[in-house]
Design a binder for this molecule. Structure first.
Ligand code: NAD
Ligand code: UDP
Ligand code: UDP
Length: 335
């Protein structure tokens, strides 16, 4: 693990994953420039870093050019929850594609190594299971998820074209469902929804019959995988799947959350959103081989830690006010 002090740009640094990444990069002795337009991110996520001399935050939308002198770029800017990325689908596509071009142009000019937070969504509703990196996917290019799925696919194409055409050093990770502290209580993703509903004693909203599967990775494991990939030599580009291969049905997740919170919440069935993938689970053979990486945090442990985070918010009434504020992604950026 390199301990040289680098200037590192993290786009989407005030988001769920980005804020954990900024923290780890600072702990490794780097200078971090966090760039975010606060569309879904929050200043609260980075408030504990703001006083540090190694940390700087800049409000900026990556669909516009950015000139900064940095050694490494982690491109995480993009809403990740289906509810949020479908809120303004054109902006989601712009962020994925124009944002990628700008970050790649920046990387090319300053000769920085650049990381792309890609996604398991590039596999769409997969017909190969578990998903390996050579599977080309089954994405509906016209559906409500396409702004994200196709945006992220085009971003991968751009990364590989800048690599081949301009010799930009790239690292591409396909992130599978990740959860943990600092997800927004109204984020809309399944783990935060279920935990918040269970803690508040509200009905657990299960979409469809709950037989669809996902595999959930705790945030610390994911960040470790990302950093290990960034540390590999320049011949390693990815894409590499990073996720937890422990696959469960969404129905079972609901039951676990109810059990772990001791909640009296009942399950309430809701319609399955269009194009909701029926199954998803990473094959992490490549990550094990290349990075000597595999997740260490068991689902119940990770859920307990995430429940603790939301319970603390609730105790301090922060959860109630955050939820009551009916947080929405804000095109002009949240304060
Ligand atoms: P998040 O919504 O919490 O964070 C995204 C951040 O990007 C937010 O802070 C948001 O304000 C910022 N942002 C959005 N558009 C921007 C723009 N145009 N310019 C500048 N900032 C912008 O989501 P997250 O879970 O932290 O996801 C981070 C990245 O990881 C995303 O690229 C996402 O696609 C990818 N990813 C996440 C998961 C997961 O399970 N968490 C899975 C697959 C991929
Ligand atoms: N860019 C940027 N910062 C830089 C260099 C480039 O934001 O330091 C953006 C700029 O908007 C440019 C894009 O990245 O249009 C792609 O850069 P590239 O050099 O690949 O192509 P250009 O459009 O400049 O010919
Ligand atoms: N889901 C659910 N209830 C919720 C939120 C999500 O049953 O309140 C389901 C959703 O339909 C999907 C799975 O949980 O099958 C994961 O959804 P999420 O939005 O977290 O991420 P996705 O993997 O679909 O991008």
């Amino acid at each position: 693990m390199s301990l040289t002090r680098k200037r590192v740009l993290v786009t989407g640094g005030a988001g769920f994953l980005g804020s954990h990444l900024c923290e780890r990069l600072i702990a490794r002795g780097n200078d971090v420039l966090c760039v975010d337009n606060y569309f879904t991110g929050r200043k609260d996520n980075i408030s504990h870093l703001l006083g540090l001399p190694q940390f700087e935050a800049m409000r900026h939308d990556i669909t516009f050019p950015l000139y900064a002198e940095v050694d490494e770029i982690f491109n995480l800017a993009c809403p990740a929850s289906p509810v949020h990325y479908q809120f303004d689908p054109v902006q989601t596509t712009k962020t994925s594609i124009v944002g990628a071009i700008n970050m790649l142009g920046l990387a090319k000019r300053v000769k920085a190594k650049v990381f792309q937070a890609s996604t398991s969504e590039v596999y769409g509703d997969p017909t190969v299971h578990p998903q390996t990196e050579d599977y080309r996917g089954n994405v509906n290019p016209l559906g409500p998820r396409a702004c994200y799925d196709e945006g992220k696919r085009a971003a991968e194409t751009l990364f590989f074209d800048y690599y081949r055409q301009h010799q930009v050093r790239i690292k591409v990770v396909r992130i599978f469902n990740t959860y943990g502290p600092r997800m927004h209580p109204n984020d809309g993703r399944v783990v935060s929804n279920f935990i918040v509903q269970a803690l508040k004693g509200e009905p657990i909203t299960l979409y469809g019959d709950g037989s669809q599967t996902r595999a959930f990775c705790f945030v610390d494991d994911l960040i470790e995988g990302i950093l290990r990939l960034m540390d590999t030599d320049d011949s390693v580009t990815g894409p590499v799947n990073i996720g937890n291969p422990h696959e469960i049905r969404v129905h079972e997740l609901a039951e676990r959350v109810v059990r772990l919170t001791g909640s009296k919440s009942k399950i309430e069935y809701r319609p399955l959103p269009q194009d909701d993938p029926t199954q998803r689970c990473p094959d992490i053979t490549l990550a094990k081989k290349l990075l000597d990486w595999q997740p260490m945090v068991a689902l119940d442990d990770g859920l307990q830690r995430t429940i603790g985070y939301f319970a603390n918010m609730l105790d301090g009434s922060g959860l109630r006010s955050a939820c009551n504020n009916a947080f929405e992604p804000n095109p002009r950026g949240n304060l």
